[in-house]
Design a protein around this ligand. Structure first.
Ligand code: SOE
Length: 386
């Protein structure tokens, strides 16, 4: 344990936050807790405790990210009265144990996506969340792209009928950090810690966006996964990669619409490319994370000679989330989604209104991912030889 004694005093009237994890996502979430009160009129928070495995690193990260204290013992946050919110950014195999313990200790819990490494774990987490909710304790999954203003706007345009009945949606989430076969092993490439590869990490975002944008449950799936490089250098020599590198899936939705998903860590030249296309009976929408302040809209009602996708610059104060930030025309970045996510969670805690996405939503996504894996495990239909 690295906490200095005596512990820093809680700030009265504020909600004390503890974040577990200090690398990529721990840093992104820390930044959100640091900024949320500067932009959103939510309850005040205190960055109370940062928890991590390595004493020196967690101490250093706590100082840099603005935390009052650090600890290597996650159980400490459960026992403390000055911690009201627990934010879990640890690897997936720790999500269920930490989240359930925190909910049982009456802490509001936010868990970075995907909710868990398996459907079984996610079901236990939902049971704990439902019990905690009856005691006024909130929980949420951190699918941060729900807080992209352009995608929140797309959702409103769809539900307002601007594209008519949605028939097709395409989601691709492409990265290339494994394209080099010499790239090192990490927890993200071990099934024991990550549950799955691109499927849980990237397809979870894609499935969540289908649910968020269309609100149309997935009825059935057909999937393929692939691991292109099966061994990578680890701390003790070559190690077996036990997760997928890329995944593809077709989802049949309850309405009859069809979604196609493609996710990869081998898409050479694609660093963090999330693209979404929606095709409806009256129009279409296109989004590209590399142009995250824009949404493309096609209106079939426009005279044929004037038709084409037009660019909506999603930077007006009347657009989702924008009112909290800068004057009209001033753009936002990837990191703002985490601050807006923290704000939405605080609002739900304050008002007792449902969180979005809830643990139940996270479980629904987990079920789709498990179905894709099950489908991929079956032999495909062989093509007759010429
Ligand atoms: C790594 O692939 C990763 O950080 C994901 O885990 C995040 O959810 C995504 O936003 C960016 O890429």
């Amino acid at each position: 344990m690295t906490t200095p004694a005596p512990a820093a005093a809680a700030v009265p009237g504020t909600l004390g936050v503890a974040v577990v994890g200090y690398s990529f996502m721990g840093k992104a979430h820390s930044n959100a807790w640091r900024n949320v009160n500067a932009f959103y009129p939510t309850p005040r928070v205190t960055q109370q405790l940062l928890v991590g495995r390595d004493a020196t690193q967690v101490d250093d990260a706590a100082a840099r990210f603005g935390w009052a204290e650090s600890s290597t013992d996650w159980r400490e946050m459960l026992e403390r009265d000055d911690i009201h919110i627990v934010d879990i950014c640890a690897p997936g195999h720790l999500h269920a144990e930490l989240a359930i313990a925190a909910l049982e200790a009456d802490k509001h819990v936010i868990v970075e996506k995907p909710l868990a490494n398996s459907v079984a774990e996610a079901e236990l987490m939902v049971a704990a969340a439902v019990a905690a909710r009856s005691r006024g304790v909130q929980s949420m999954v951190g699918f941060n792209y729900r807080r992209l203003p352009a995608l929140a706007l797309a959702r409103t345009l769809i539900s307002d009928g601007r594209v008519g009945d949605v028939r097709q949606i395409r989601v691709s989430y492409l990265q290339d950090w494994l394209a080099d076969e010499r790239a090192a092993m990490s927890w993200r490439l071990r099934k024991a810690s990550a549950g799955s590869g691109a499927l849980g990490d990237l397809a979870s975002h894609a499935v969540d966006q289908v649910a968020f944008l269309l609100g149309d449950p997935v009825a059935s799936v057909s999937g393929t996964v692939n691991t292109f490089v099966t061994e990578r250098p680890g701390p003790a020599g070559l190690e077996q990669v036990t997760v997928d590198d890329a995944a593809w899936a077709t989802l049949r939705l309850a309405s009859g619409a069809v979604a196609s998903l493609e996710v990869s860590r081998f898409a050479t030249g694609r660093k963090n490319s999330l693209q979404i296309e929606i095709y409806g009976s009256r129009g279409g929408l296109r989004f590209d994370l590399e142009h995250l302040n824009e949404l493309q809209y096609f209106d079939s009602g426009t005279p044929a000679e004037l038709q084409g996708y037009s660019k909506i610059l999603v930077t007006e104060p009347s657009h989702p989330y924008l009112g909290a930030w800068w004057p009209a025309g001033h753009t936002l970045g990837w990191d703002h989604t985490f601050t807006s996510q923290a704000a939405d969670f605080l609002t739900a805690i304050d008002s007792g209104t449902p969180t979005s996405p809830s643990f139940e939503d996270g479980l629904a996504t987990q079920r789709v991912l498990a179905a894709v894996e099950a489908s991929a495990a079956q032999a495909g239909t062989a093509v007759a030889p010429a």
